[in-house]
Design a binder for this molecule. Structure first.
Ligand code: PLP
Length: 373
């Protein structure tokens, strides 16, 4: 007899980020801003004080308090995780029994499906409209029809950059009182439709947040779950006792205490998004009769932009061309996702794109191609 892996593990497709050396990385929705010097200084001072021979605070009390203060909520509703990824894993693995139905929307964050598969849940998929909208009533109808025990989605959404407003969220929560709704607000710092302050009013809601995107702390690995007390107690019961290490707790505290610096950083990222969207809108007009005709998905609510080429085969082609120029963006079958970079990175990306369009083979007019499909 030899040891054999179980079928579940064999079938899991691991998430493998792009390695390799790239000069410009616009593929992972990180902040382009290095952590501010003042935050780094505070961080070093706090890290120095960590008793490395002792286990850290199992409740990450100071971090949860700083997070709660940052958003003006009560810290008793807050649980810290080793990135929000850990919390997704923990919630999907702990709140549901094997075979129960979890509703996800498509397209959305790919890791939901991964953790659902790991937890042996049955995934029910809601297809968004062609312009990436969720129709709340259609989502509710599907959840009821399929008797889904859970619903998870990101708002605003990665990878579409679009989002649902508060009114629609409240409607969904009220219509599905016996469904656990996991609302991933990883990008909500870039938009103003958070229902974080209402989290404790619903007994079926868990909101997830992260320090990895707008706050520019992806390497720290710190995320938060916000929910009413019974759910908070359940998450704390499910987690491993020391899930957030002492160095992360120190670093997270230094980060979350500097609301002033983080607000400036946010403004810089939004300005970058404005610039990039403006430049891409121009190219959209210039190229509309060429083989590289594309449309920019309007009004991003995140720190990335989404491009859809009329000819779908161009997504791979454009991404590969940029990759050869050491510029990394994220390629999906139906669109490209470009994270807002520094002014230099944005310029490098645009310059490479223009250079590609200048190649003879792309200049041919695609006269009979349908427009604005
Ligand atoms: C990046 C991202 C996360 C993961 O965040 P971490 O806290 O770094 O694990 C979660 N959800 C969405 C939608 C994301 O894009």
């Amino acid at each position: 007899m030899t040891y054999e892996l179980n079928q579940k593990v064999k079938e899991l497709v691991p998430y493998e980020p792009e390695l390799g050396k790239f000069t410009v990385r616009l593929d992972a929705n990180e902040s382009f801003l290095p952590l501010h010097q003042d935050i780094k200084k505070d961080m070093m001072a706090l890290v120095k004080k960590v008793a490395l021979n002792r286990y850290p605070d199992s409740k990450s009390t100071d971090c949860c308090q700083a997070f709660a203060d940052y958003y003006g909520i009560d810290s008793s509703f807050v649980t810290a995780g080793n990135g929000s990824d850990e919390l997704i894993d923990l919630i999907l693995g702990g709140f549901f029994a094997r075979g129960e139905k979890l509703l996800i929307t498509e397209p959305d964050f790919s890791m939901y499906r991964f953790y659902a598969q790991k937890a042996e849940l049955q995934v029910i998929s809601y297809q968004k409209t062609a312009d990436f909208r969720i129709e709340p009533q259609a989502l509710i109808d599907l959840a009821k029809k399929e008797n889904c025990r859970g619903l998870i989605f990101s708002n605003p959404c990665n990878p579409t950059s679009q989002g649902l407003k508060k009114g629609a969220l409240r409607m969904i929560l009220k219509a599905l009182p016996d469904t656990l709704v996991i609302l991933d607000e990883a990008y909500m710092d870039f938009w103003n439709q958070s229902i974080l302050s209402e989290a404790a009013e619903y007994d079926n809601l868990i909101i997830l947040r992260t320090c990895s995107k707008a706050m520019g702390g992806a390497a720290i690995r710190l995320g938060f779950a916000v929910c009413p007390l019974p759910l908070t107690a359940a998450i704390r019961a499910l987690k491993s006792p020391y899930n957030v290490n002492g160095l992360t707790q120190a670093a997270g505290l230094a980060l979350l205490k500097r609301q002033d610096i983080l607000k400036d950083a946010l403004a810089d990222i939004l300005a970058g998004r404005g610039f990039l969207a403006g430049a891409l809108t121009k190219l959209e007009q210039e190229w509309q009769d060429t083989l590289l005709a594309f449309s920019l998905v309007p009004e991003s609510k995140t720190n990335f932009l989404v491009l859809r080429f009329r000819d779908k085969s161009k997504h791979r082609e454009v991404a590969d061309y940029l990759k050869r120029k050491k510029i990394l963006i994220r390629c999906f079958p139906d669109f490209l996702r470009i994270t807002v970079g520094s002014p230099e990175e944005n310029q490098a990306f645009l310059a490479a794109l223009r250079k590609m369009a200048a190649l003879k083979k792309y200049q041919r007019k695609a006269n009979n191609a349908p427009k604005n499909e």
